[in-house]
Write a protein that binds this ligand. Structure first.
Ligand SMILES: [Zn+2]
Length: 398
């Protein structure tokens, strides 16, 4: 994904190009160039390249349709990328209602259909013997194909998004709707792969068959991703802080001097990183090791931990019943290494860091992570590439 080239900005949305997109540019130029040979080779190839670029513009306008519809609902659009199989608008979160989700899904095909009618009209007006008229007519048909292809009812296609919105409206369950629309996408993906091989087997159209199979494979992979992300979103909403908290902290006496605390814990490399100070059976607050260094050494003998603690009411906390999605969002939004979990009585129930969350979620979903991997997540304080819980939690709670 990092290899995409940024080629500009449209309505404040960064525009990226996947280098593989040039394969499409080449194929489209070839396709139209060959078709226009009657105009003489120089004009034919130039016209072919122009058509390829207009195809690019058509796909871009289609994605802009989705993007502007999302933005009108206050949803951020992170980028538009053109790649081997068309375009994709990276829309940050789901619409609030099925009706609004439908609007975002249908906006792209509507733009393409609109372009089809507009260009068809222009083609009629221009004298029909001219190359321009033929090109405009071809471009009109391309836009119709883009619209119809995208309306095939399976994720990741727009038709799948429409199906999802409809099922969401009927069942009232967005997650179930995505699962079904993804299932439809998976079936269509397998069907396209089978069709591609059949075309290769029974006809001489090897490239066409391969292309259909490749499209099917791409669709299948994306449908699987939708399914997986939705399962994760559901899981993050169902799990709560108490499912992931650990007791990887120590409670120390708030009345001891800084010197006594430093002597007993700071030299011990095996000691936990988190300390809570308590006295008279009550939590007084969290001890930040860095605060100790701000106090003059000469005062270490007289000052107590109580004087430097951060009361529980002033540090970032969640309760045991806070959803995992909210816990993750709080860690990300406030850039915290870990967060304190409070019991209903206001006592410390535990602490949670990113490693604890990955460990708990992985266990719930039967995903394998080794202790070494969890330890690394804890140290680096970032989610593993295959389980970007920060991004998923953000899209879950909006
Ligand atoms: Zn679309």
């Amino acid at each position: 994904m990092q290899t995409n080239w940024k080629i500009g900005t449209l309505f404040g949305i960064p525009l990226f190009l996947d280098p593989l997109w040039f394969v499409i540019l080449g194929l489209a130029t070839l396709n139209f160039g060959v078709a226009y040979q009657e105009w003489g080779s120089a004009i034919a190839w130039s016209a072919g390249l122009i058509m390829a670029l207009l195809l690019f513009g058509s796909v871009l306008l289609h994605e802009l349709g989705h993007s502007l519809a999302a933005r009108s609902q206050g949803i951020k659009v992170n980028s538009i990328t053109l790649f081997l199989f068309g375009g994709i608008a990276a829309i940050e979160e789901e619409s609030k209602t099925p009706g609004k989700a439908f609007q975002v899904a249908i906006a792209g095909p509507l733009v393409s259909v609109g372009l089809f009618f507009l260009l068809s009209l222009v083609a009629i007006v221009i004298p029909d013997t001219s190359p321009v008229s033929m090109m405009v007519g071809d471009l009109a048909r391309i836009n119709l194909v883009v619209a119809l292809f995208n309306l095939i009812p399976g994720l990741p296609l727009d038709g799948g998004q429409v199906l999802k919105a409809a099922l969401w409206k009927v069942t009232g369950d967005r997650f179930q709707a995505v699962h079904w629309a993804a299932k439809s996408g998976q079936i269509l993906g397998y069907a396209a792969i089978a069709l591609g091989f059949a075309v290769d087997f029974f006809t001489r159209e090897l490239a066409l068959g391969l292309w259909i199979a490749l499209l099917g494979w791409f669709g299948l992979r994306n449908a699987n991703t939708y399914d997986r992300v939705t399962t994760l979103q559901e899981t993050l909403l169902k799990m709560v802080a108490s499912d992931a908290l650990t007791r990887d902290y120590r409670v120390v006496d708030a009345d001891q001097t800084l010197r006594a605390f430093a002597d007993s814990y700071l030299l011990d490399s095996a000691a936990p990183q988190v300390y809570f100070a308590a006295s008279d059976g009550r939590y007084r607050g969290m001890v930040a090791i860095d605060d100790l260094r701000l106090v003059e050494r000469s005062e270490w003998e007289t000052r107590t931990l109580q004087s430097i603690v951060h009361p529980l009411t002033e540090i970032p906390t969640v309760t045991e019943s806070t959803s995992m999605a909210e816990v993750i969002n709080k860690l990300e939004n406030e850039q915290l290494p870990r967060i304190t979990v409070l019991s209903p009585a206001g006592a410390v129930a535990g602490v949670i860091d990113r490693g604890d969350i990955v460990s708990a979620v992985a266990q719930k979903l039967n995903i394998q992570f080794t202790d070494v991997e969890i330890k690394r997540i804890k140290e680096e304080g970032s989610y593993p590439p295959g389980l970007q819980l920060g991004v998923i939690a953000k899209s879950t709670v909006n």
